[in-house]
Design a binder for this molecule. Sequence first.
Ligand code: SAM
Length: 263
Amino acid sequence: MNRADQGGELHAGRREAAVQVGVRLYVEADLAAGAAVPLDPAQAHYLRNVMRRAPGDAVRAFNGRDGEWRATIAALGKGKGALAAEAQTRAQAPEPDLWLLAAPIKRTAIDFVAAKATELGASAIQPVFTRRTAVTRVNADRMRANAIEAAEQCERLTVPAVRDAAPLAKLLDTWPKGRRILFADETRDGLPIAAALAAERAKMPEPWAILIGPEGGFAPEELTRIRAVPGVAPVSLGERLLRADTAALAALAVWQAVMTPNA
Ligand code: SAM
């Protein structure tokens, strides 16, 4: 459920907990001492009606460029408001360059993947149409809303880019030179994921992408095409055949654990 329709459903206990940890908002505007930061209608509604905040209350804000800032609510009305940025609380820091390419799955599952991939540190989320993708439409705006809420909640300083869905063949034909692909290969012919990544760790920081197929798996010609991409690493995620959403999160978690062990 997105911020805009949370209204009356936030339980009082959760509201108290949220007050204690403080409100954190992703904003588009630049952040600097004294900067006025406009709130969009959904943010104003969230602060006013869900979190019961008022002018003068403290929040934290980040925009993916200027670190995190302590701010106060300067104005708050129905569908509008503004923050006043005061002081930086965290400097912007580099993050791993890790894309998630995943065939779209049904609505709830893809929104769930967008939120969880954000928590697990994906820098971009790219829905991919494959031969056997059953879902024909992807609501990228709703995925973006889920990514923003997850970034606010998990203390990230960035929000992953959520790209418009694109056909697998087109993406592979224009694949950026040097970006590795960790290919979740359901035939399980690949190396176990942790062993495959351990062998690559010394080359970090390299840009990577994780590729996950649809419920029906990849077609044989797609498997051949993917395996022909320079630098692809086909991996197994274990003996069990995972659902696509589970596979995406498992691969992201293992990549982070092996490739950014001190993070
Ligand atoms: N219908 C396919 C089949 O029977 O082989 C299974 C597709 S699976 C539900 C969806 C995607 O998750 C796969 O395309 C693959 O990318 C990934 N996946 C699931 N389990 C995996 C495993 N054990 N190893 C590697 N990839 C896996």
